[in-house]
Design a protein around this ligand. Sequence first.
Ligand code: SAM
Ligand code: MG
Length: 214
Amino acid sequence: TSSTRPQRLLRAVQRKATKGDPQSVISAIDYFCRNSEWAMNVGDEKGPILDSVVCEVSPATALELGTYCGYSSVRIARLLPVGTKLITLEFHPDYACIARQVIQHAGLEDKIFLVEGASGDLIPKMADMFGISTFDFVFLDHWKDRYLPDLKLLEECQLLRKGSVLLADNVICPGTPDYLEYVRNSPRYESRYFQSHLEYTKVEDGLEKSVFLG
Ligand code: SAM
Ligand code: MG
């Protein structure tokens, strides 16, 4: 076929998920990825770890790096306190277009700002664009060699406060060795690994939760 994987994923959502029901959107995507085509969503095994960190932090300001089809955006936004918006960054226009439709199907378009562009360009603009002073929660799930430079950029732009929580996906597979080495050895972070598996597989992967100590 000439369609793309994100387009087929969207079609699965439109066919199987109930409009306005985020959980049914999540389930439809996981079903598609387990039974039809693998896709790079945080997925149904690491997803509950993400959920529990979001609930624990209960952020008033939240940032996601790497939207893809909007799976994790829906997961995060459905758990945010009333009034909190998730800002999610995606530089691939075709993925952003699919994600907007997935988010709309879940009925979460009022809780999610999807900004199209590269994280390195957009992070320094967060204060001006959104009036953000600091982020309570940041989910890192874009290209793996960008985790460390973007963390340093968040620090430089003073977008982290004492107690801000970073959650990084895929720290083992594909892996982010420079980022892990930084957050685990810097006295400015308290870091912990949550072991799991790469989405929809049995390959080891996990999430690293790092609290900024100021
Ligand atoms: N978080 C999504 C989920 O779990 O449903 C999956 C995100 S996928 C692993 C990574 C995405 O980040 C891709 O769609 C890619 O286009 C995007 N991306 C990679 N580097 C980026 C950057 N520097 N700025 C913005 N988007 C980026
Ligand atoms: Mg990931």
